[in-house]
Design a protein around this ligand. Structure first.
Ligand code: NDP
Length: 601
């Protein structure tokens, strides 16, 4: 699949200048404030189109463990707790079922971008064989249900329920959980896995409320309007419709091919092109899988993937895809430098050269695949690959060869405004029947603002107060001052670009081990000491700053829309030794049985 880095020629200085020019065109003073939430006058767009909200009585009881978020994090933590003998686990989820991002994102073509073998959690435990190298969303959503049923997590779950308050009651040593459905119950332990990309956003364009046609966000796809279904049936109600889609990120890349086939005419409004590399999906063969699936296979595959994205020289690449390709190219470049000369500057140069070559190859692909030379040129991404979410697809670029599909490139400026009849870009009004917003999800806002509640720990100190000068955790999943509380997220733990579910499984193992130890010991509380937390934060801060989404990248959610992440981001990074070392550390920490750094009360 990959052409060796050395086979692609490029003028590094000219590329650097082009990248800087393209970034500068896109920088804007309003950064993340350019977006608006699906609330207030957009409430209707936020409604769940997939599951009717069932009436129920408020809940007033006590559970051993309450987990906020029913995506992969809640499911895997729930599964591990059940396996450890904690029977009453309650998951609270704002969607109508388990799945998290896979519950909401049912747009046509939705598909996992990381290989199913390592991305879909608990495959061994549930006995499921993924059907494709990159599974489509319905299979992943079914897998979420499978985990829920397999581990009895539906019994106590509360769906269509948002947590509004989470307060530590010192006297009773319990957390008091309040929700928007009038629930008020207690839990000995709480966990939070609300995910990074769950609050949908719209571009705050002038006139956006004036449009008289149909509009929706990609995470609330209206199949009653478009026809078709999440399984990929043709969007047969769009045959007489002119459709606009705003945004060309990872979501648009997956749904544009379906819209291009279904709509009478499709207008794709582009501010910044995505880099779209080869997908090379294919079915998983049962016999091959049977040969692979010996005990412990998934962990072995996940470790191998992480090793291939890391700094070493692993002997094999089991997943072998676009993610590992870039790292392989970098290693190939590095191998040409004698180890005695491996300075940070030379390693950085090896990385840069591999990236320039990879991006040149991806740009060439756009030009080769797309028939119209101007469209092909406009689809070229002028930035380093990890400045924005890399995409992989074998029908996206091809969709622009459909006669009714038009790329409306806006030269980095974006759509100007929405009118009653359509979309204005480059000074031209495009009249359409339907506008689809593929405009993504909030990232740059605070954790508290996204989750919708500010947990209050010991002495009423809230998480936002405690984190006022930056995130503070022990191992990325516990906080001093917040007894019996856990988090599942990648910062101060593995890292941001590792396979997210691998990090989730590791956190779940840690949480289950701690809770099980506390229960066996008859402890009322468990909490990291202030010293242990401080030592961990110092250790995290001793490493290099965030590697992805730096200030010289084109704006996007990786670099807070070009605004950067500020001083506090020094501690919003992963374990400086890398993901594999973090997991090895956690394995040893758990297995020692000492739970060093924790205080059981
Ligand atoms: P993104 O935030 O990546 O993309 C939003 C898009 O909207 C960008 O192209 C942005 O342009 C564009 N946009 C915003 N405002 C305007 C405007 N005024 N005019 C024109 N365009 C505009 O959201 P996505 O939903 O695509 O993806 C979010 C994330 O979800 C991904 O990065 C990925 O992490 C995850 N995802 C994962 C998938 C998987 O694993 N299979 C699939 C899909 C998503 P600009 O770039 O210029 O800001």
């Amino acid at each position: 699949m990959a052409t060796a880095a050395r086979d692609i020629s490029f003028d590094k200085e000219a590329l650097k200048q082009k990248y800087a020019e393209e970034r500068d065109k896109r920088l804007r003073s309003d950064g993340s404030a350019q977006y608006v939430r699906l609330e207030g006058s957009f409430d209707e767009l936020a409604a769940d189109p997939y599951t009717p909200v069932a009436e129920r009585e408020p809940v007033h009881d006590h559970v051993t463990f309450a987990f906020i978020g029913g995506g992969f994090a809640g499911l895997v933590v729930g599964a591990r707790l059940k396996a450890a003998g904690i029977d009453d686990v309650r998951i609270i989820e704002k969607g109508g079922d388990f799945g998290g991002t896979w519950y909401w994102n049912r747009y046509p073509g939705a598909q996992c971008d990381t290989a199913s073998m390592i991305y879909m959690p608990l495959l061994e435990e549930t006995g499921h064989m993924p059907t494709e190298k990159y599974a489509h969303a319905p299979e992943i959503r079914d897998h979420c249900s499978r985990i829920g049923h397999h581990f009895g997590l539906y019994d106590k779950a509360l769906f269509h329920t948002r947590v509004t308050g989470l307060d530590w009651d010192e006297e009773r040593s319990v957390w008091v959980v309040r929700t928007d459905r009038g629930d008020e119950f207690t839990a000995k332990y709480v966990g939070m896995g609300t995910g990074p990309l769950h609050v949908a956003k719209l571009p705050g364009l002038p006139g956006i409320e004036d449009f008289k046609g149909k509009s929706f966000h990609t995470s609330r796809w209206d199949y009653s309007y478009t026809g078709g279904n999440p399984e990929g049936a043709a969007l047969d109600k769009l045959g007489d419709k002119r459709v606009a889609i705003i945004g060309t990120g990872a979501t648009a890349v997956q749904c544009v091919p379906h819209l291009a086939k279904g709509a009478k005419e499709l207008f794709v409004f582009q501010r910044t092109p995505s880099s779209v590399d080869v997908r090379a999906n294919g079915p998983i063969d049962e016999d091959w899988f049977a040969g692979v699936a010996e005990e412990g296979w998934q962990r072995k595959w996940q470790d191998n993937f992480a090793a291939n994205l890391g700094v070493g020289f692993p002997a094999e690449d089991l997943v072998n895809d676009g993610w590992t390709d870039l790292a392989k190219r970098m290693r190939a470049n590095l191998k040409e430098v004698p180890p005695s000369e491996w300075t940070p500057a030379k390693m950085m140069a090896a990385f840069e050269d591999a990236d320039f070559a990879k991006m040149e190859q991806i740009r060439q692909r756009a030009q080769e695949v797309v028939d119209d030379p101007t469209t092909g040129e406009n689809l070229k991404a002028w930035y380093r690959q990890l400045c924005k979410r890399p995409c992989f697809h074998d029908e996206y670029l091809q969709a622009y060869n459909e006669p009714g599909t038009h790329l409306i490139d806006t030269g980095g400026q974006g759509v100007e405004r929405i009118t009653e009849k359509g979309v204005i870009a480059n000074g031209v009004e495009y009249e359409v029947d339907c506008i689809i917003y593929a405009s993504g999800f909030e990232v740059g806002t605070s954790y508290v603002s996204r989750s919708g509640f500010d947990m209050a720990g010991r002495d009423g100190v809230t998480l936002s107060e405690r984190w006022g000068d930056g995130m503070r955790t022990f191992h990325g999943n516990q906080m001093h001052g917040f007894p019996n509380a856990f988090m599942v997220q990648p910062a101060q733990a593995a890292n941001f670009i590792a396979n997210v579910p691998h990090n989730i499984v590791d956190h779940a193992d840690t949480i289950a081990a701690i809770v099980s130890h506390a229960e066996k010991a008859g402890a009322k509380t468990v909490e990291p000491t202030e010293e242990a937390e401080q030592a961990w934060v110092d250790f995290i801060a001793s490493g290099p700053p965030r590697a992805i989404g730096s200030g010289d990248c084109t704006p996007g959610y990786y670099n807070n829309e070009g605004e950067g992440w500020g001083e506090n981001s020094r501690v919003f990074v992963g374990d400086p030794r890398g993901a594999l070392a973090y997991w090895a550390h956690m394995d040893a920490w758990r297995n020692s049985g000492k739970f060093e750094g924790l205080e059981f009360g």
